[in-house]
Design a protein around this ligand. Structure first.
Ligand code: SAH
Length: 280
């Protein structure tokens, strides 16, 4: 059996409450170090739900004017041999008409666009439904817009930015509030030998100017909060690909995006996740 490992940098006064909350969510055990808490969950656990809540907590801190950063990272810990289990579980994956996601040791397929991801990094491997949906929707809708500037908002592994480069976007910015994500993205961009991606730690404010396409695979709450900013940063015509929305929450996101002047082009469900394509 594999385990999810969640490492959280947490200030000591908050630790006890966090441990209680994580236990209630099904955490199997902890390792406590000076300022880092490592929590382990069974592999059936939906780790995105936990990280979404941590992101929410960070926003509460921000809102209250607290400077505290809740840094966290996640990984899958195979029950048996790390490398072999990883390699077995991480096989090439075809997405859309052209993309294949693969680890560095696999042979690149001919006639497809290879997106190489180092699975040793602490972030998703692109096998998540929301990432797959974003790639597919980017491929489907990018022919309808100019391919000048692309923004990957919350880049994680850097996968969407790497894909945007292959789709022909000329200037690509990728931002993430998590410094560990920036590190992971830098490694993957290097592995893919791509030079036209500008990586910055931060959020939308770290990526000035207008974009022809903005991809944001975050969570509904952040998408709703950022909708006015994103709408204001899109060229006309321009498209936004939103993902990370749990089924049932899409109406709220669409309502806010529409209020901000965006028009819904496509709703794309995959499992319990919904992705949206919006046009300005
Ligand atoms: N784009 C990748 C990763 C999605 S995970 C993919 O599609 O697979 C979401 C990422 O958004 C995480 O790396 C997280 O650190 C980042 N994030 C969360 N809130 C953010 C915010 N307000 N601004 C920028 N990035 C954010």
């Amino acid at each position: 059996m594999n385990y999810h490992e969640l490492k959280i940098k947490v200030p000591p006064p908050l630790r006890e409450d966090l441990i209680r909350a994580l236990y209630e969510k099904g955490c199997m055990g902890f390792i406590e170090e000076e300022d880092v808490l490592t929590a382990y969950f069974p592999d059936t656990f939906d780790i995105r739900e936990a990280t979404a809540e941590l992101e929410l907590l960070q926003r509460v801190f921000d809102h209250a004017g607290l400077k505290q950063r809740l840094l966290f990272s996640q990984a899958i810990i195979p029950g048996q041999d790390w490398n072999e289990a990883w390699k077995k579980g991480f096989t090439p994956l075809d997405i859309g008409d052209r993309f294949t996601i693969l680890p560095p040791w696999e042979k690149k397929p001919v006639n497809r666009i290879s997106l190489i991801i180092d699975p040793g990094m602490a972030f998703g491997t692109g096998h998540h439904e929301t990432t797959r949906s974003c790639l597919l929707l980017m491929e489907r809708h990018s022919p309808t817009i100019a391919k000048e500037r692309f923004l990957d908002l919350g880049t994680g592994t850097g996968l969407l930015a790497i894909a945007a480069s292959h789709l022909g976007f000329l200037h690509i910015m990728a931002v993430d509030t998590d410094p560990l994500a920036i590190e992971a993205a830098r490694t993957n961009i290097m592995l893919n030998r791509i030079s036209d991606i500008e990586l910055r730690e931060g959020s939308i404010e770290a990526a000035p100017g207008l974009f022809n396409c903005i991809a944001a695979n975050i969570v509904s709450g952040v998408l709703i909060q950022f909708a006015p900013l994103i709408a204001g940063r899109l060229n006309s015509p321009g498209i936004a690909v939103f993902s990370g929305i749990l089924a049932g929450q899409e109406d709220e996101v669409v309502a806010e995006a529409t209020r901000c002047g965006l028009k819904l082009l496509e709703t794309y469900p995959d499992g319990k996740w919904i992705s949206l394509v919006l046009r300005r």
